[in-house]
Design a protein. Structure first.
Length: 278
């Protein structure tokens, strides 16, 4: 891949990651995400622009506030670096690095922009779900709309005859994701007597359907259930989670969505088949 493009994406992604940190902190507290500027949660002093440079600012301050010297969580630079890295992975998956850019420039650019938008919506959802066991509906709704828009545009530029059926598939998958998870949640609540899934999980599944279509929805939910069950089992065995203590499922759905967006549902399906039929 073009090295300068890689750096631009890494830096732009890290800057957006910095904003995602702000959103993840302020949205659940019903604070404005644009005003006032960043300030230290301990002493309230505003953060100077050069201390706010993604990752570098934190490293230069050695993870402490310039004014009160209280530690600044390492999660902030980690989220910035991760967002930058995931933006680069979007460029790789969209074919930006290969000759796709020459043969199909429109779809390559739309796919890259779509991937970057998808990551930037999934990241705050994951962080807020980890902190508050809550997946904010406005972000999920924006994710459904963005997913259908990206799907429609790519289909339109790629093959005009099939555009309508591709969009219909993703629309159907979005509704199916919402309905299936909501019914499973209601069923589990009746059987176990406590909600097994949050309502937000159904909204995130709707987002998965909008971006990935019916096949992609199925595979991404498979990855989510598998990794979530593995995590939940290990966490309970090691005592990090109490027997009935809930844990956020949103991050596992988000990982499933991203892995399927990167590699495509067919690739994951063939991996699964190879695993069970050696
Ligand atoms: Zn401070």
């Amino acid at each position: 891949m073009n090295a300068s493009l890689l750096w631009i994406l890494l830096l732009a992604g890290a800057c957006v990651g910095s904003f995602i940190n702000v959103v993840a902190w302020r949205l659940p507290r019903q604070e404005s995400v644009v005003w006032p500027g960043s300030h230290c949660p301990h002493c309230g002093h505003s953060v100077q622009w050069h201390d706010n440079i993604p990752v570098m600012g934190w490293l230069a301050l050695r993870g402490r506030c310039r004014d009160c010297h209280q530690p600044i969580a390492s999660r902030y630079p980690l989220v910035e670096a991760l967002t930058g890295g995931l933006w680069v992975s979007a460029a790789w998956a969209s074919g930006f690095s290969s000759n796709h850019l020459l043969t199909a420039p429109e779809t390559t650019v739309i796919t890259l922009v779509g991937g970057v938008v998808l990551i930037s919506l999934l990241m705050p959802l994951v962080l807020i779900d980890i902190d508050h066991l809550w997946l904010p509906e406005p972000i999920c709704r924006a994710g459904v709309i963005a997913g259908l828009l990206a799907t429609g545009l790519v289909a339109l530029f790629a093959e005009q005859e099939t555009a309508r059926s591709v969009l219909f598939n993703h629309l159907l998958a979005s509704a199916a994701g919402l309905l299936v998870l909501e019914s499973l949640s209601a069923l589990a609540e009746r059987l176990v007597g406590q909600p097994a899934l949050g309502l937000g999980d159904a909204k995130l599944a709707a987002m998965a359907g909008a971006w990935l279509g019916l096949g992609g929805l199925t595979v991404s939910m498979g990855i989510a259930v598998f990794s979530g069950a593995l995590f939940g089992g290990l966490a309970r065995i090691t005592g990090r989670l109490k027997p009935r203590e809930p844990f956020p499922f949103g991050p596992f759905i988000a990982v499933g969505i991203w892995l399927v967006w990167l590699m495509g549902p067919q690739w994951w399906w063939s991996q699964w088949v190879a695993l069970i039929e050696p």
